[in-house]
Design a protein around this ligand. Structure first.
Ligand code: GLU
Length: 449
């Protein structure tokens, strides 16, 4: 059941390639969506007449700016900042900021493009955008991170606002960075405008469950996929890559649902712990002390660290890639399937290459693509915006219950849409078509803008 691009859609993809040279991750994200859309154009011919696909592939606005700052050695540093405001048909642009040396326009556009459909799937009033910088926070002092964030916001502030564009975190941007960004926005604008950023601290407008939301949501999504197959997390051996925010809270929820997580990783290697990962230790090492995952084995002699190792070689029932894009290639996917993996839920954005996706779909395993499975983070950001707008703060249990309901609805809408378009069980098609149709209908209603 490998996807092929429809002949009506192929020229549109060619145009995207021509207009955006060198942006390979953006090409990959666009192709994955466009491969699903042939049958949608048959059902909704007005989308073709209105050139909705062409318009959706072109961001509404792209901002690129200089970010100068001074490091601890008194040296001037220059980074590049980005904010791509992709689509605002359903609400203000919404999506995270990524600080990582690999960031360039092609990465920000792939993330922004996926965000449009992901946000539509949540059913909440949020458009899609993404931003970031090639700044590398690794090894930087608190003071350096603060000065960088202040410089970044000194340009970004003029483009954002609670009704315009609402950034949040992503790789390299967590609670500390959101704090510095919010402080600078408040200072420059002279406005205490909670709704301008999400992922805020709990005492200044943040929402309970936002920290846990992406990981928890991804596990709720996989749990729904397993339920369809009369199965559950109970007793399952799981591999969760990464050791950042998404990975940590994915692991936490899997354990709560009766599963066991045996491995964790960072960009240098992975640890394997047959008895189950000690999550309190990972939180201490990564969230508080900002250390490398290799240090884990100093505390657990029965765990092993494999420097430069490939975490997907570990046999497991459920795999949850929660590190970064293209971390599972065709070979890894084949290995997972051959080792008996029955479900994959993507906590990261686009962690599986197109070859890998084809292998998962052909093997008929339960495969939840990122734009559906990891939508819990941004959905809870939208819940944070709701609380900010009503100057309210909800309890943990109530907010988690809302998150779980949203993930259930996303699963159902992907599942039903996949069936409607003749590819039952294919959550890639389901997510792409359901997200696209929602945005497309709003765009048709609003005219040529
Ligand atoms: N960066 C997250 C994502 O990929 C969350 C974005 C947000 O909360 O706005 O969806």
């Amino acid at each position: 059941m490998s996807p092929v691009i429809d002949e009506k859609v192929a020229p549109i993809y060619q145009e995207v390639l021509n207009r955006n040279p060198g942006e390979v991750e953006f090409h990959q994200a666009v192709l994955e969506v466009l491969e699903s859309l042939g049958p949608v154009l048959v059902k909704y011919p007005e989308f073709a007449h209105q050139k909705i696909i062409q318009r959706i592939c072109e961001p509404e606005r792209q901002i690129i700016f200089r970010v100068p700052w001074v490091d601890d050695q008194n040296q001037v540093q220059i980074n590049r900042g980005f904010r791509v405001e992709f689509n605002s048909a359903l609400g203000p642009y919404k999506g995270g900021l990524r600080f990582h040396p690999s960031v360039y326009l092609g990465i920000v556009k792939f993330l922004g493009f996926e965000q449009v459909f992901k946000n539509a799937l949540t059913g909440l009033p949020i458009g899609g955008g993404k931003g970031g910088s090639d700044f590398d926070p690794k090894g930087r002092s608190d003071g350096e991170v603060m000065r960088f964030c202040q410089s970044f916001m000194t340009e970004l502030y003029r483009h954002i606002g609670e009704h315009t564009d609402v950034p949040a975190g992503d790789i390299g941007v967590g609670g500390r960075e959101i704090g510095y960004l919010f402080g600078q926005y408040k200072r420059i604008t002279n406005r205490w405008e909670a709704g301008v950023l999400t992922g805020k601290g709990l005492s200044w407008g943040g929402s309970l469950v936002r920290t846990e939301a992406t990981g928890y949501g991804a596990v709720f999504f996989v749990d729904e996929m397993l339920k369809v197959r009369n199965d559950s997390f109970e007793g399952k051996k799981c591999v969760v890559s990464g050791s950042g925010n998404v990975s940590i809270y994915t692991t936490e929820k899997i354990v709560q649902l009766g599963g066991k997580v045996v491995a964790s990783s960072d960009s240098n290697g992975y640890i394997y712990h047959e008895n189950g990962i000690d999550l309190d230790l990972v939180k201490q090492l990564k969230e508080i002390e900002r250390r490398r995952i290799s240090d884990y084995v100093n505390y657990h002699k029965d765990a092993k660290y494999v420097a430069g190792g490939n975490i997907w070689e570990i046999p497991c029932d459920v795999a949850m890639p929660s590190a970064t894009q293209n971390e599972i290639n065709g070979k890894d996917a084949k290995m997972l399937v051959e080792n008996g993996c029955i479900a994959v839920g993507e906590g990261a954005n686009m962690p599986t290459t197109p070859e890998g996706v084809k292998i998962f779909l052909d093997a008929n395993i339960a495969y939840g693509p990122g734009k559906a499975a990891n939508a819990g983070g941004v959905a809870t950001s939208a819940l944070e915006m709701q609380q900010n707008a009503s100057r309210d703060s909800w309890t943990f249990d109530y907010t988690e219950e809302r998150l779980q309901r949203i993930m259930k609805n996303i699963h159902q809408s992907c599942y039903e849409t996949a069936e409607e378009f003749g590819t039952p069980g294919n959550y890639v098609n389901g997510a792409n078509c359901a997200g696209f149709i929602k945005v497309a209908k709003a765009m048709v209603a609003m005219g040529i803008i």
